[in-house]
Design a protein around this ligand. Structure first.
Ligand code: 5AD
Ligand code: SF4
Length: 431
């Protein structure tokens, strides 16, 4: 009996893949354990999106090497987006790393682990047909389930490593997605978040993403439905219409922008101008008045001038996103932008990032303050982490909310009146 310790880095897609990996391993009779000390196999499911993420994993591999020094029979391996890059370094890390398996190799993991006990194993080739649609992930119990509907990406934004690490875009069949949504609800989940790199480009035969949302929304017992991450070029009238219908489909959207300079958007290969992005947001906000919006921004892309940056800051100021994930550009091998000369020095990147963080902090605070006095409905998740006398949940807008514990069970909706707010959390009282 092999015991596996699994650690996850990176985005929700990777978290969902870890649940898939756990499902595959358990189906083969292996056991997932909570502590590396108890394991025969240490597995890091990794992210390659920025150099910083990779550095953390490399540090961790060195650390885990110490376990291996004491127990040479221990297997250490890497799955996920770094597999692609680490493949060539398998030999450098030979004293520590026993296997490297990319995002399309998880189906065979039990057999690969057997093999890794005898020889180094590297499986990183993308597989255009692999969706894992027939496999059952092992989900952590809770109110929320992440359901993968699409793997890989076809956009090839010039900064992004994902199409190289995860391969080309594939949609899971409608029937597989619905089966997973139903299974999650049967297991006690009340909220489902559909996942894909450009999730709203999902399609299956004649069915488009709006069809998928309607079908998933109507699954009995599902209280809330969300999706991440849509691409602005695939937000069409049909999608806006289904968003406007509401119901379990929540008034909340994470719509990555990256930069508000058309010159930079062009160099990033986003396929979307600022005017087009602004138009999408205006139409969404007109159709879904309670819509909460968030975005991703990269500062310091090669060629970003002070003026380009100013345009981004101005756009954040005027558009007023509820929140924004703000990143410094990180050059990634293999990507088209990797060859571009970096024109923004590290200190200037940091300065630009700090400016946007300050700006967005103030906006997020003001956006949350605007909820004070209003009624919201929270999907209760359980006791608040910091204060067990409070319950914690999320509003339809995906805002965290805490309120005095009143026995409302996890997984039910509770009407609340907002009495206070911080940039991160709403404070409320039952009504
Ligand atoms: N450097 C910095 N940020 C990046 N992202 C993707 N690639 C890079 C990179 N090379 C950001 C984008 C994306 C989010 C998931 O990560 O903003 O939307
Ligand atoms: Fe997720 Fe991209 Fe990181 Fe892969 S590289 S884990 S897809 S953020």
């Amino acid at each position: 009996m092999k015991r596996i310790y699994l650690e996850t880095y990176g985005c929700q897609m990777n978290e969902a893949d870890s649940e898939l990996i756990a499902g595959v391993l358990e189906a083969a009779g292996l056991e997932i354990v909570e502590r590396p000390e108890d394991a025969d196999v240490l597995l890091l499911n990794t992210c390659a999106v920025r150099a910083h993420a990779e550095q953390r994993v490399l540090g961790r591999i060195t650390e885990l090497g110490r376990f291996k020094a004491r127990r040479p029979e221990l297997l250490v391996g890497v799955t996920g987006c770094m597999a692609h890059h680490l493949r060539g370094r398998l030999l450098d890390h030979a004293h520590t790393l026993d296997f490297v398996v990319g995002p399309d190799g998880y189906r065979d993991l039990p057999a690969l682990l057997e093999r890794a006990a005898h020889e180094p194993v590297a499986v990183v080739r993308p597989d255009r047909d692999e969706t894992y649609g027939d496999l059952e992930p092992r989900r952590a119990p809770g109110v929320r389930a992440w359901v993968t509907v699409q793997r890989g990406c076809d956009k090839f934004c010039s900064y992004c490593v994902v199409p190289y690490t995860r391969g080309r875009s594939r949609s899971l069949p409608l029937a597989d997605v619905l089966r997973e949504v139903r299974r999650s609800v049967a297991d006690g989940c009340r909220e489902v978040i559909l996942l894909g790199q450009t999730v709203n480009s999902w399609h299956d035969g004649d069915h488009d993403f709006a069809d998928l949302l309607r079908a998933a929304r109507d699954v009995a017992g599902l209280l809330r439905l969300r999706y991440i991450s849509p691409h602005p070029t695939h937000v069409d009238e049909r999608l806006i219409e289904v968003m406007a219908e509401g119901g379990p489909l929540c008034p909340q959207l994470h719509l990555p922008l990256q930069s508000a300079s058309d010159r930079i958007l062009e160099a990033m290969g986003r396929g979307c101008t600022l005017a087009q992005y602004g138009d999408v947001i205006a139409r969404l906000r007109a159709a879904v008045p309670a819509l909460a919006l968030s975005t991703d921004i990269i500062v310091g892309f090669p060629g970003e001038t002070a003026e380009d940056f100013q345009q981004t800051a101005d756009f954040l100021r005027t558009t007023r996103f509820d929140s924004a994930f703000l990143f410094k550009y990180s050059a990634r091998p293999d990507t088209r932008a990797f060859g571009l000369e970096e024109t923004v020095p590290e200190v200037e990147k940091s300065r630009r990032l700090a400016l946007l963080i300050g700006l967005q902090h103030a906006i997020s605070g003001a956006m949350n303050d605007a909820w004070i006095g209003r009624e919201v409905e929270a999907l209760v998740e359980g006791p608040a982490r910091r204060n067990p006398a409070q319950l914690y949940g999320r509003t339809a807008q995906f805002k965290a909310v805490v309120f005095p514990a009143d026995g409302t069970p996890a997984g039910t909706l509770r009407r609340l009146r907002v009495t206070g707010a911080t940039t991160m959390t709403l404070v409320a009282a039952p009504v």
